[in-house]
Design a protein around this ligand. Structure first.
Ligand code: B12
Length: 497
């Protein structure tokens, strides 16, 4: 069964024991507002209330060291900044923690400034953004401490030393300002390759009963990570093979078992980009899920069409996996090759999706619009692929070149500018978006995204599918809301491109 450390992280550890005993830390997941990124806003509104997994891990690490933790999942609780400040004030924290993603920067900064002004408590930050712009982030006075890398690798030491007024310069991944106000970034240790030492997310601290995703059907629902990082090298993505931290089959199934038996969770969505990256692990997980009688749970995975095969699909189905999200990205082979998704061709996609659907899975496709070489013709090819194949649901993102991706780095070389850096330092607007090798502008892309959504979803076959899978009335409401939102965006857009 599970290790002692992991068991503790679902229930909370014995209080008052450990390096951080007596310390009180509030972790805040803000409501993201005033964000300029249209696709981000549109997606975020319909994706559901997904738990803040990153902060769940941070909380578990802190609790494991004896700290008392409050985790405020504000989007799920519908809590705005002024109310959140009051709840955190009542908790009397020694630190307030935020997880940062570059796309959410302005919104996070607003929340952090609000907290700092109201409470005066030191703010500590981490998350994927700290791997992109740690130095620029630490120039903002409202932030006291930062950490680059996984929380289990340096957070306890960082807070313990900071409390003691000790030397931070040897804490791996630490970010702070020295006595002269200069930003100091301590190099990270080499990242571990496994999840050893990483507890399970502290799910007892967030409102599981309120979580759902746009496609979830069961009560209760949660999200999880079966690996950290990704071994592939798609040019639009920040996760690029170098920081892969893999979890064992046993650890993944232990987490499922604890969620099911101790929190009443019946649906788990694994958010890591390629659950199937290690074939042998997929079979081990499926066997173990069945052996422990967990195949009554509904679970979903994300995969690539070139990282599944028929035997694997059979095993996944037999173990209760019911939904596969495939990153298809485009219906144009030229674009797939250009963004280094080249192991996949549209033929390959076709084959894998038909094989998946044949077994009964729900098939979800992620596609992007605005990649290099994109034209209205290639968008038409994507649209046709989506309609020709037995795909049940689609999620479309307009490409927003993200920091630390080859597409963005090429743009920086070409223009001599780093717009994200300017954005982090000075709040400079990110629109109009710099785009690589495509003449499509933001408005046209926004419209193409909406048109593609409409051409896919406003079909009788989709209505039949959607009505057939409703298990809770709330699902119907969410579907109608999304349809209404898409139509509204379409009507407010420019005339068809
Ligand atoms: C799950 C997920 C989501 C979920 C929401 C998650 C949630 N409610 O928290 C959903 C589906 C809603 C989502 C949506 C989006 N996402 Co998202 N998402 C992820 C994903 C797959 C996993 C994040 C995660 O939980 N990781 C697991 C944890 C353990 O890893 P971690 O985040 O690195 O955290 C560790 C450390 O960084 C550190 N740490 C983290 N926070 C903190 C805080 C403190 C105080 C400390 C000390 C340490 C610390 O410790 C953690 C544990 O070791 C990541 C990809 C990834 N990172 O794997 C993308 C990712 C974060 N998403 C991304 C994007 C772009 C989006 C969208 C904008 C997509 C879109 N176009 O709509 C939207 C909007 C996000 C929003 N704010 O709502 C980008 C962000 C890029 C960037 N630089 O900003 C990523 C990196 C994906 C990518 N490949 O590009 N996302």
């Amino acid at each position: 069964m599970t290790t002692k450390q992991q068991r503790q992280s679902l229930h909370g550890p014995p209080t008052g024991v450990g390096r951080l005993a007596g310390l009180r830390v509030a972790l805040v997941f803000p409501v993201f507002i005033d964000v300029e990124l249209a696709s981000y806003q549109d997606n975020a509104r319909y994706l559901g209330a997904v738990p803040p997994i990153s902060l769940g891990y941070v909380a578990a690490v802190l609790e494991g060291a004896g700290a008392e933790v409050l985790l405020l999942d504000c989007p799920t609780l519908g809590m705005r900044v002024d109310r959140a400040v009051e709840v955190v004030r009542a908790f009397r924290p020694d630190y307030v923690g935020f997880t940062l993603a570059t796309v959410d920067w302005l919104s996070s900064l607003k929340w952090m400034t609000g907290f700092k002004e109201a409470l005066g408590v030191p703010i500590v930050v981490g998350g994927i953004h700290m791997e992109c712009y740690p130095r620029e982030t630490m120039t903002h006075d409202c932030i006291e401490l930062g950490l680059v890398g996984h929380a289990d690798q340096g957070l306890v030491e960082l807070l313990a030393r900071h409390q003691e007024g000790g030397d931070l310069s040897t804490v791996p991944g630490a970010c702070y300002r020295d006595d002269d106000g200069e930003v100091v970034l301590v190099p990270e240790n080499k990242r571990p390759r496994t999840d050893e030492g990483m507890p399970f997310p502290a799910r007892h601290l967030w409102p599981t009963e309120k979580h759902f995703s746009i496609v979830s059907t069961e009560k209760y629902f949660t999200a999880a990570m079966s690996n950290f990082g990704c071994p592939y090298r798609c040019e639009f993505c920040i996760l690029r093979g170098d920081a892969l931290r893999q979890r064992s089959a046993m650890s993944v199934v232990d987490e499922m078992e604890l969620c099911h038996h101790e929190l009443g969770i019946n649906e788990m969505d694994f958010f890591d980009p390629v659950f199937t990256m290690r074939r042998d692990r997929v079979f081990q997980i499926c066997e173990e899920v069945k052996r422990r009688g967990l195949d009554s749970m509904v679970w979903s995975i994300r995969a690539r069409t070139d990282a599944v095969d028929e035997e694997m699909l059979d095993a996944l189905w037999a173990a209760g996996c019911r939904r596969i999200f495939y990153g298809i990205e485009s219906g144009s082979n030229e674009i797939l090759k250009r963004v280094d998704k080249r192991q996949t061709s549209t033929e390959h996609i076709r084959h894998a999706i038909i094989a998946t659907k044949k077994r009964g899975f729900e098939v979800l496709a992620f596609v992007m619009i605005g990649n290099p070489l994109e034209t209205p013709t290639t968008v038409g090819m994507t649209r046709r692929l989506l309609k020709d194949l037995p795909i049940d649901l689609v999620q479309i993102a307009s490409l927003f070149p993200l920091p630390k991706t080859p597409i963005y780095e090429e743009l920086m070389r070409m223009t001599g500018r780093d717009p994200w850096q300017e954005h982090i330092l000075h709040g400079t607007p990110m629109k109009p978006t710099l785009r690589l090798d495509t003449g499509l502008d933001d408005e046209t892309i926004r419209h193409l995204v909406t048109q593609t959504y409409m051409s896919f979803y406003f079909r009788p076959s989709f209505a039949k599918f959607a009505l057939g899978r409703i298990k809770q009335p709330a699902q119907l409401m969410r579907g109608l809301e999304a349809a209404f939102g898409i139509t509204k965006t379409f009507l407010s857009g420019p005339s068809a491109a």
